[in-house]
Design a protein around this ligand. Structure first.
Ligand code: UDX
Length: 474
């Protein structure tokens, strides 16, 4: 009905071309932004790979162009993995060889007579190759950065943190023991607990858990190019809000000359229409029966995987907590299993429900949900903040360990399970978060700040208005 309402606001004179990174955690915020810009009167064209193709029937109001991987026989990508970490190899490949195709498609759009003129290109920050293509066509490129501002600042400091020797320290909760350099002759495990001088909220071990460093395996290159081409862009859009990351915003404004727009997307649109998997809704009658704040919602996003022995620690930790739960176990989440083979007979029983994929935002907004056990992906984190739900954080890699630290130590709206998968610790963390009324109150207060930023005169409201004005000025 939202879309129906929007379709009546015809007379679209300007067009925006949007180009998401084709993974669930990146596609969701880009389509939320696309819906938002459409609601503000822009015509929307989406560039997308065939890989992880969105359900275009959910977007009859957008125009789609499929680019980069149209030839099913091209050996460079025809046989790349569709699932797991291997699926990310497309980020490297298309950043290297996508420029000509992108330029060709953009030239077609720019010269199209029967469509509104193109105001700008908005791409995911990790499509760093798009900046020089846009420059060559004199087309402004805006960046959508789908993680936090603090993550960007920390990623931008990876070379510095690497020079400090942090990545040579060993952290046996994250990775197999590395060959420590005996930095300062202090045993590694003591240094791991130290604050990072440049980012006092962080501990050294959080930095190690990012999992990639300066020029190690190609990921370091992607990150440094992402940072460089984001700084070179005409503007940056963040899935966040000013009151959450005020200091980081001030720092970033010194680093990036172009304007920044902080928009908490989950407050505008849900991600239901850009979901790549079908969302199970069959548990709602059960959830509706549960008392207020009594159910733990558990989900680890679209990519994370665990070993079976760790999965079993999770199962036992949950059972021992005696709390009710709704658990999203994505097929393939447990490595070596197609879905739920390892769970014991009788699990989950009456106390729990397990589904393959859920309408996450709607679940987080349900009054029966009392806590979110999450991998601390940034979308999940923002969605939880939007609904005022306290978190139990079990991050895997990348921005997740950083998000977990900010959630637990800076905003104090969650508990960080930082020693891996141990059933007693899981049980304790779940019980603590469910019973901690002060944490629940802080989560509620943070949500209220966010809600206040959404009304006229508030920071998030103004961000949307100034983004619309800015794009209209091109
Ligand atoms: C990835 C990275 O892991 C994350 O750290 C980064 O910030 C963005 O890209 P992902 O791991 O999938 O994303 O996590 P997250 O950012 O939390 O995104 C998951 C999305 O899937 C959320 O929008 C969530 O609402 C949605 N989801 C999740 C569902 O719709 N249903 C589910 O059952 C689970």
């Amino acid at each position: 009905s939202n879309i129906k309402k929007m379709e009546t606001t015809v007379g679209r004179h300007r067009r925006v071309i949007m180009f998401p990174l084709p993974y669930q955690g990146h596609v969701n915020p880009m389509f939320q932004l696309a819906n938002l810009l459409y609601s503000k009167g822009f015509s929307i064209t989406i560039f997308h790979t065939n890989f992880n193709k969105p359900k275009t029937s959910n977007y009859p109001h957008f125009t789609f162009r499929f680019i980069l991987d149209n030839d099913p026989h091209d050996e460079r990508y025809a046989n790349l993995p569709l699932q797991g970490m291997g699926a990310f190899s497309r980020i490297f490949l298309f950043n290297k060889c996508g420029a000509d195709q992108l330029r060709h498609q953009l030239e077609l759009e720019l010269s199209a007579k029967d469509e509104p003129p193109v105001s700008c290109l908005i791409t995911d920050a990790s499509w760093h190759f798009t900046q020089s293509v846009a420059d060559s066509l004199n087309l402004p490129r805006l960046v959508l950065r789908t993680s936090s501002l603090f993550c960007f600042l920390i990623y931008a400091s990876i070379p510095l943190l690497d020079d400090l020797g942090y990545f040579n320290l060993s952290d046996n909760t994250a990775t197999p023991l590395l060959d420590g350099l005996g930095y300062n002759n202090v045993p590694d495990d003591e240094r791991l607990e130290e604050q990072v001088a440049e980012f006092p909220v962080l501990k050294v071990k959080d930095v190690i858990k990012i999992g990639f460093k300066k020029d190690n395996d190609g990921m370091g290159d992607i990150i440094s190019n992402m940072v460089k081409q984001t700084k070179a862009s005409s503007g940056v859009i963040w899935n966040s809000f000013k009151e959450l990351e005020q200091l980081q915003l001030e720092t970033i404004r010194r680093d990036i000359p172009a304007p920044c727009f902080l928009i908490p997307f989950a407050k505008h649109f849900t991600t239901a229409s850009s979901s790549l998997l079908d969302q199970d809704r069959s548990f709602f009658p059960w959830l509706d029966q549960q008392p207020r704040n009594s159910v733990v919602y558990i989900s680890f996003g679209s990519v994370a995987q665990v070993e079976e022995k760790h999965f079993m620690e999770m199962v036992h930790g949950l059972v021992d907590s005696k709390q009710s739960f709704l658990w999203v176990v994505r097929p393939g989440f447990v490595s070596g299993s197609t879905w739920l083979e390892p769970v014991p007979d009788g699990f989950p029983g009456e106390r729990g429900r397990i589904v393959k994929w859920a309408p996450q935002q709607e679940v987080l907004g349900h009054e029966a949900i009392g806590a979110f056990w999450t991998h601390s992906g940034w979308n999940s984190t923002v969605e939880s903040v939007c609904e005022g739900v306290p978190m139990i954080c079990s991050p895997f890699w990348g921005d997740q360990p950083l998000d977990a630290r900010y959630v637990s130590d800076a905003w104090k709206v969650g508990v960080y399970l930082e020693n891996g998968w141990k059933r007693e610790e899981i049980t304790n963390a779940i019980r603590r978060v469910m019973a901690d009324e002060e944490m629940r109150e802080r989560s509620r207060a943070l949500k209220q700040k966010l809600d206040a930023s959404m009304i006229e005169g508030g920071s998030s409201y103004e961000s949307v208005e100034s983004l619309v004005d800015y794009i209209s000025s091109f």
